[in-house]
Design a protein around this ligand. Structure first.
Ligand code: CA
Length: 232
């Protein structure tokens, strides 16, 4: 398969890096590699890759710092790779602007699945311009200019917060959003009580938008981290 996608692999562990290289090659992706953070920034700037796979624990500068630096000039999708015990790292990385995360040790299938989600996100960004007043995702249609949401042809009655939540998710389709990100977008700050409210609104929003027989069609829960809306 030819994806015409260039993947930047950032990983200091040679065995993991080789596994990723082999996987990319076998699945028709073009790739370049970097074994530390400073090289990663240089490669990202000079080759303009389409997707970046970024190990968080790097020998020179922290993966979070790499994300922050790259985010100052690029929207390239970044999939962070970190050890299972480092939930805090994942959250910090997502808040710094990473799109998704993968936990070590990961399987080749998991890696490819994350890349496919990111590819769909890229296609979506390419097809959908921010100025467009409407988003259609499966049976769901959001009319941003009118502030209306429809499931099939039936208008849904959402509260203001439910509608704001849906807009935040739909404008970040395919991207994992943390509790901190979501609560800051809605209330301007992330407190315990804001997170508790967000959960209540998420439950009510989901009841309204999810199709009954497929309960997690649109929004995925990432336990302890946040949520993601999928392109269906
Ligand atoms: Ca490492």
């Amino acid at each position: 398969m030819n994806h015409n996608i260039l993947v930047l692999i950032v990983e200091d562990d040679a065995s993991v890096r080789n596994l990723m290289k082999t996987t990319m090659k076998a699945n028709g992706y073009r790739y370049i590699t970097a074994e530390n953070g400073n090289l990663a920034i240089m490669e990202a700037a000079s080759h303009k890759p389409d997707i970046m796979l970024l190990d968080i624990g790097l020998p020179d500068i922290d993966g979070i710092e790499v994300i922050e630096k790259i985010r100052s000039w690029s929207n390239i999708p970044i999939i962070v790779i970190s050890a299972r015990s480092d939930d805090e790292d994942k959250i910090e990385a997502l808040d710094a602007g990473a799109d998704d995360y993968l936990t070590k040790p990961f399987s080749v299938d998991e890696l490819l699945a994350r890349i496919r989600v990111t590819e769909r996100r890229l296609e979506y960004i390419g097809a959908f311009k921010a100025e467009e007043p409407c988003l259609v995702n499966g049976r769901l249609r959001i009319d941003y200019s009118a502030g209306c949401v429809f499931l099939d042809d039936e208008e849904l009655h959402l509260t203001l917060i439910e509608y704001k939540l849906l807009c935040i998710f739909s404008k970040n389709l395919g991207k994992v959003l943390t509790y901190t990100y979501i609560t800051k977008e809605i209330w301007g700050q992330c407190t315990e009580s804001n997170i508790a409210s967000m959960r209540v609104y998420m439950t009510s929003l989901r009841k309204k938008i999810e199709v009954k027989d497929k309960p997690v069609q649109y929004i995925q829960t990432h336990i302890g981290i946040g949520y993601r809306m999928m392109k269906v």
